[in-house]
Design a protein around this ligand. Structure first.
Ligand code: GLC
Length: 438
């Protein structure tokens, strides 16, 4: 008997597995120090010192409609905003702590404006919620693995009551699930050491989540992290094992399957430069061509790409990120049919690029111009026709004459007139040929 969590997660994630491309948004007080969202932990910074950023957080150029328009232009189908990151700062008007955006000079419920703006563009909305909280007084401080005060004996945990923290944390999630309409994803982050699974009272939590929004899908970090997946990969995932796995800053070499070899829904999250939160000094931007190929790689392995932007404290997505996403959008405008609803192909990865597939449509993503014909290994007799996805024009499937005559088990494509000189490729990043299979 298949574990019900496996069947249910497959059904719940249907839209998610079709959507394939989402926007991750890391935004919070850490945009001001501009050294990444872990700045307090990395620099062992006391809360009092971090307070200056709370006092000056204005978000004066926060225009989520522009973010949503950008996500739409890029071809993204869903988005995840950090409602709260590890620093504990809340972007919504929570009743459970004063540590929230409505008490900063911004004075706005930033989550509310986000969900409204993205829904208006037809983009599904998710929230990232850190189950780690470095601001809450009942969260372990001294000797915790990551807390900013982990090395400071003055922050011993004697008077801290983890149960009080868990109740607070569940209460906050309840607020988000009841106050912001239909949410599509809750992205919890993250478990480590003893701070995992039962410590979070995850069974109670997931029962509450599902009783309020049964359709919602969650990641696997009530048990896991970027380091380990938890029971989602087993044949008996727990009720809170998550609906999808979320490898971080990498694309898994062979996709993700469980111990029976069955496909597990997954989403690789990656940054556009090298940081999640805004970091002005980090100019290691991935070019659009790389992002496009990353997206194709994820889809070719049955996964999604969740691509991050880190807006600055004013609320502006960095110009470089906008530029890259617009370029990705230009490619998606012509080629998104090879992404949405697509997954792993029935044929092995070709030497010149990758395949994605949706039923009888096989998409050849050609990265390397070939000096001669483009070969489709062991596909003789399987093709009905081939077209450029960008404009619908014919791609010739040449007869097996002359130099092709001895390669009977294979098929070939000619992108250009003549005998298969394919240089340069019409789209040097990824020329997509839509092959209709017989
Ligand atoms: C991590 C980090 C974090 C980031 C996230 C994104 O576990 O703690 O800063 O938000 O994963 O996947």
């Amino acid at each position: 008997m298949i574990n019900k969590n496996i069947t249910e997660r497959w059904a719940r994630t249907e839209w998610f597995r079709q959507a394939r491309f989402g926007m991750f948004i890391h935004w919070g007080l850490y945009a001001i120090p501009s050294r990444g969202e872990w700045v307090r932990s990395v620099e062992k910074m006391p809360l009092e010192q971090y307070q200056q950023f709370f006092d000056e957080f204005k978000a004066e150029e926060y225009r989520p409609k522009e973010w949503a328009a950008l996500a739409k232009k890029a071809g993204m189908k869903y988005a995840i905003l950090t409602a709260k990151h590890h620093d504990g700062f809340c972007l919504w008007d929570t009743k459970l702590t004063d540590y929230k955006s409505t008490n900063t000079p911004a004075k706005r419920d930033l989550v509310r404006e986000y969900v409204d703006a993205f829904r208006a563009e037809g983009i599904k909305v998710g929230l990232y919620f850190s189950i780690v909280d470095w601001q809450h007084q009942d969260y372990p401080h001294f000797e915790d693995s990551y807390h900013p005060m982990r090395e400071n004996k003055d922050y011993s945990n004697e008077k801290r009551d983890i149960n009080r923290y868990i109740e607070f944390m569940h209460g906050q999630i309840h607020e988000l699930l009841t106050g912001y309409g239909h949410l599509d994803i809750m992205w919890f982050d993250f478990s480590y050491d003893k701070m995992a699974g039962d410590t979070w009272k995850s069974q109670e939590l997931i029962d509450m989540v599902r009783s309020i929004q049964p359709h919602i899908i969650i990641d696997n970090r009530l048990e896991g992290s970027g380091e380990k997946s938890g029971t989602i990969l087993t044949n008996n995932p727990s009720d809170f094992a998550g609906d999808f796995a979320c490898p971080e800053q990498m694309v898994p070499p062979a996709g993700i399957v469980n111990e029976s070899g069955d496909s597990v829904p997954w989403e690789a999250c990656l940054t556009l430069n090298s940081n999640w939160g805004y970091c002005a000094a980090d100019q290691h931007w991935k070019p659009a061509s790389m992002v496009i190929r990353m997206l194709v790689e994820c889809v070719s392995k049955n996964g999604n790409l969740l691509l991050n932007v880190g807006p600055d404290a004013k609320g502006r997505i960095p110009a470089q990120s906008i530029k890259i996403l617009e370029e990705v959008g230009n490619w998606m405008e012509k080629n998104s049919r090879s992404i949405y609803n697509c997954g792993i192909a029935d044929f092995p990865k070709p030497e010149w690029g990758r395949f994605t597939q949706n039923g009888k449509k096989l998409y050849a993503h050609i990265y390397e111009p070939q000096a001669g014909a483009i070969s489709l290994m062991n596909m003789a007799g399987k093709l009905e026709k081939a077209r450029h996805l960008s404009d619908g024009s014919e791609v010739r499937i040449p007869p097996k004459e002359w130099n092709l005559s001895e390669y009977k088990e294979h098929e070939f494509l000619y992108l250009k007139p003549g005998h298969g000189n394919n240089y340069p490729l019409p789209d040097e990043t990824d020329t997509v040929v839509e092959i209709t299979l017989k």
